[in-house]
Ligand binder design. Sequence first.
Ligand code: C2E
Ligand code: CA
Ligand code: CA
Length: 804
Amino acid sequence: MWPFLKVLNCITTEHDLRLVGLAVVICALASMTAINLLHHVRGTNGHMRLVWLAVSATTTGFGIWATHFIAMLAFSPGIPNAYNILLTGISLIAAILLTGTGLAVALAPIRMGTWLGGAIVGGGIAAMHYIGMAAFEIQGRIVWDPTLVAASIVLGGLLGAAALAAGLHSNRWRWRVVGALLLTLAICSHHFTAMAAASIIPDPTIEVSDTAVPSGLLAIAVALASFMIFLLALAGVGIEVRDRRRGELENDRMRRLANAAVEGLLICDGETIVTVNDSFVALAGLPAAAMTGAKLERCFPEEETRLKLLQGSGAPIEADLLRADGSRTPVELVLRPVDFAGKPHRAIAVRDIQARKQAEQRIRFLALHDTLTGLPNRSAFNRKLDHDIEAALAMGRPLAVMCLDLDRFKEVNDLFGHAAGDETLQVVAQRIVGMLDDSQTLARLSGDEFAIIVPAISGPAMAGRIAENIMESLRVSNQNSETHTPVSVSIGIAICPEDATDRQTLLTHADTALYRAKNEGRGTYRFFEMAMGAAVRDRRQLEHDLRHAGERGELELVYQPQKDIRSGTVVGFEALVRWQHPTRGELLPDLFIPIAEETGLILQIGEWVLRTACREAASWVQPLTIAVNVSAIQIHAASFPQTVQDILFETRLPPGRLELEITETAMIRDLGRALATLSRIKTLGAHVVMDDFGTGYSSLANLRAFPFDKIKIDGSFIKAVNVNDGAATIVRAVLGLGRGLGMPVVAEGVETPSELEFLKNESCTEAQGFFLGAPADIASFRQTTHGGAQIDAGPNVIPLVPKA
Ligand code: C2E
Ligand code: CA
Ligand code: CA
């Protein structure tokens, strides 16, 4: 306690308080100037920085020096005293050099730099004081109290450190004032503590030297120094005002420029946000005021991205922007150094890449998924299967691959349109996904082809159960469906490692099993068996052989008579194609026409059939009709009407004798096109017959859509007329329909006398079938085709109308 009292006592009893007041004012003025100049130094670069550093060192140094000597003037020891000029000069230089060092350190980019620099300034204050005291010549001895000396040095150092730390903490005036006050306190507290440490014992033996400057002269020097401080302070304020105005102008210009930018823009001083533009405000969802002064961390919480950005090469960096609502937006950041308000800053451009990210994600999704059902597509499936096979082999747990195909899907498409087809696929996909667990993968490979990977099965029976469950669930969904388009699937199953251990073979095997399931009744599943591979190879071989069948003359036509039921006379023939295979013998069209349609060979084969049949019919004496079957593929070929016209012209067959038989499927696939083709054929004079009526969609709309010349009711109804009332009803209905529409009805597949009898009773006009004549080589009908009068065709024909 007493050292403090001693200091207080020293001030009040040994000093002229008015001069003490003046010393404090000069000191405060110098301190404020020093802090302001220091801020100015911080904002300048290059050699001007050194100049301004020197100016602030000089002001501070002079300030300390002047404070000291005014305070010394206030000190009245009551005995003669004067000042050694040399030491007085050295004390001033020491003050300037040491404070200069301290200020330079405070501005250097080092940790705790302001504190360290401030402490050095404190050292400068002490050095100045004690050198100044050494210059103080007095008639007496000075005895020092070591405790107070130490206290004076510590006070100067600590308060000096705090002064620069506070003064440079921020640009704000509040902090500058606190800094200046602390610096004043550092200087004054040091001085008066040090003064209290000194006790003067008068000693008349000690002489004051002649060269010493009397206090009066020193007062003039001090007055000059103070005036200089005052000038420098004014200059400092002037600079400050100018800087501020320039800074505001620049700020304003920058802000307007920045706000014009579409991208978000942040200006940072180190990691502190100085200003942001409107785009960034919108992006972050925070008001600009909340961001200025905040740390970068507020918007970009991940430290790693910040580090990468701040020390980065200026290359764009992807980061997450933390928005006001706590959500995160992907952004791209680019950092550029900028000069802002005369100081180096960092400009960070922020680009919203959410849309781009979403697009990328969508593209990635599309690349691996099917758009219609959202299921993995073929390439995703292949990848997954490769992976699962590897795991299956490694773990020794078998895996099943199932290939699924919707039964009669094409018909759904044809009959109800593509939208219904799409919906069916979606429903089926949803149904099946609902049956599977997370480890199992359903993919849509193409059209109506799906595949499932079932990893880690206990055995084939488990795969079979899953297949059954899928078929059952589809059956249930059929019952509940509103469209009433029954969907069923056929499933082929192959097992890894039993059947194969590579993706390609495994899939081929599952496909082979599927093919078998389809052939054996659809709506069922089959496991792959080695023998099935042979069946597939067999079909491939047949395809290959069919390509050359035409040119090798292996195709031929047989003719089946069509008779008038009342008179029993032959009215025409239907041409039916046969394939004399070199090794397999005679093959029927049901076997090879589908292959021809799949491979497109039907166009050539169909044209050959048409030409051959027309040429044959043109050679007959009797003007009988010739019926030729036309595939849907032919109807949809743009050149078909022209082909018909050419052949009629070439063979000179009267067009009215030609009947083209088409099925409903051919119409439905593309009704508009089919109708256009059929109309052109009709204008040629040829007739068009609807074949197999009753088996396809039996749609009245199709019958009405086009004026057919004949309806051919399918053989399956005729076969059933005597056993099944329903069939009889249908045949009656079709006959009635034909009459209503003015279209004659032909019955095909008549095998028994009773069937013929039924047709006759129902006033059917024409018939065809084994009972009336089996298809045969045309030569065997020579009498019919070339005879002078119409005669009965076959030996097994019973004349229906007894001859008169
Ligand atoms: P389709 O047009 O219905 O031809 C009638 C089929 O029924 C012929 O079989 C014929 O031999 C058979 N058939 C005739 N009478 C009877 C009978 O009383 N009972 C039974 N059960 N069947 C009888 P085919 O010749 O095997 O022809 C099968 C199908 O192949 C034809 O059915 C037709 O759709 C198609 N086809 C035949 N030749 C050609 C052709 O040159 N071009 C095209 N595109 N298709 C053809
Ligand atoms: Ca036919
Ligand atoms: Ca038919």
